[in-house]
Design a protein around this ligand. Structure first.
Ligand code: F6P
Length: 418
């Protein structure tokens, strides 16, 4: 099997560990490993030229994987490149990749990638891939390279795109055949595309998995920032309003609030019930000050709003604290500092285990099985139907739009469901 791996949507810490793990697991299992640069955009662009120089040796067939994996882990040799070397591909060789987006890689190409931030193979939010023409070009480019399986690491939008692509695949192949772009043999050999999704997002907004790759690292960044803010806030007896990312999800804000001792926080899933909420916030903060707190921290998730869905902005919260409580208040918007940088240990371990599971899922897949999403639930790496997870995630946004916050919270957090 030829397996291609791509990262899509907003980058997150741990995406490189996914690529490394899936590449190595693919090679260990006798598959060819490929990467697609720049997400779906790279799929659409394909390779402007044939690969003239690099001609890697065939992948080492390896049937005895579990035993080998045990030995690797036992000897701490995972990644030493000696056991099952698939040659050095274009990444490690430093050969120019200009005009080439779908590239075969070997063991050495991904050496050390577990600790790198962002995504080294690039990501993009591709407009082209949203069009049928774009997906037709993408299918053609994959077939030209003989690739029959895709590992996609991205958020819910990217994973939805993957499933649309897979569902459409037989028709895309038929069209390419009619247009004379592929041969009968290619059409037969590529009658199905196998896809598996891994969730890379700092937002931790995907249902049916406890954690998305990169979320814990982002949370660490926020906690560090809060520690820094706390010392200066305390010195001046100031208030800080901290805006954190998360798009429509309040996970980062909520957990940062718990870990950093926030006085008040705003998340999209559970807006303040009281109206006006300004009174409730001021009463709580006033009380904290009364019992001797020298600093005030209010966390605002970027997607926060009131119960009527009016956005709650950090600047507005600052004005309220200044005017009503007389607090010397500053706003800090953390922005992309939360997203970049090296992954924490969990965002190396999780993607490593999930990347291996992704390759297993592809090897076990047949045309009848749905595309799977690799998740983690109660400390176990799981495989759940991709579209079920996407549908459940969409249901949260719908509940919020309909102002059914109780349902939103129940869907988001299994604890609330019981
Ligand atoms: O989905 C990840 C995320 O970082 C969100 O938290 C944020 O809303 C968005 O991406 C920012 O996107 P961009 O990097 O395109 O500004």
């Amino acid at each position: 099997m030829k397996i291609a791996i791509l990262t899509s949507g907003g980058d997150s810490a741990g995406m490189n560990a996914v690529v490394r793990s899936a590449v190595k697991a693919a090679i260990l299992k006798g598959c060819e490993a490929w990467i697609v640069r720049e997400g779906y955009e790279g799929l659409v662009r394909g390779n402007a030229e044939e690969s003239p120089i690099y001609n890697p040796p065939p992948a080492t067939p390896y049937s005895d994987f579990p035993e080998a994996a045990k030995n690797i882990i036992k000897n701490l040799r995972f990644g030493d490149g000696q056991l099952l070397k698939d040659g050095t591909g274009d990444y490690a060789s430093g050969r120019s990749l200009k005009g080439r987006y779908i590239v075969r890689v070997g063991w050495d190409d991904v050496r050390g990638w577990f600790s790198e931030g962002g995504t080294l193979i690039g990501t993009a939010r591709s407009k082209e891939f949203r069009t049928r023409e774009g997906r037709l070009a993408a299918a053609h480019n994959l077939i030209k390279e003989g690739i029959d399986a895709l590992v996609v690491c991205g958020g819910d939008g990217s994973l939805t795109g993957a499933d649309v692509f897979r569902a459409e695949w037989p028709q895309l192949v038929a069209d390419l055949l009619v247009q004379g772009k592929i041969t009968d043999e290619q059409a037969i050999n590529h009658s199905h595309l196998k896809i598996v999704g891994l969730v890379g997002s700092i937002d931790n907004d995907m249902s049916m998995t406890d954690l998305t790759i990169g979320a814990i690292t982002a949370l660490h960044r926020i906690c560090e920032a809060i520690d820094n803010i706390n010392s200066t806030a305390s010195s001046h007896s100031r208030a800080f309003v901290l805006e954190v990312m998360g798009r429509h999800c309040g996970w980062l804000a909520l957990l940062a609030g718990v870990a950093g001792g926030a006085d008040f926080l705003f998340i999209p899933e559970q807006p303040p019930k009281s109206k006006p909420w300004e009174d409730e916030m001021c009463a709580a903060i006033h009380q904290h000050r009364e019992v001797g707190k020298r600093k005030t921290l209010v966390i605002v998730a970027e997607g926060a709003h009131d119960i009527d869905l009016n956005p709650i902005r950090a600047e507005y919260v600052k004005d309220i604290l200044t005017e009503r409580l007389g607090l010397d208040t500053r706003v800090t918007t953390l922005g992309h500092i939360q997203r970049g940088g090296r992954p924490c240990a969990m965002d190396r371990i999780l993607p490593t285990l999930q990347g291996m599971k992704a390759v297993d899922a592809l090897l076990a897949a047949d045309p009848e099985t749905p595309s799977y999403m690799i998740g983690v639930q109660e400390n176990k790496i799981t495989m759940v139907p991709l579209m079920e997870a996407v549908a459940m995630t969409k249901a949260v946004s719908t509940a919020i739009e309909e102002r059914d916050f109780e349902t939103a919270m129940k869907l988001r957090d299994p604890e609330f469901r019981e």
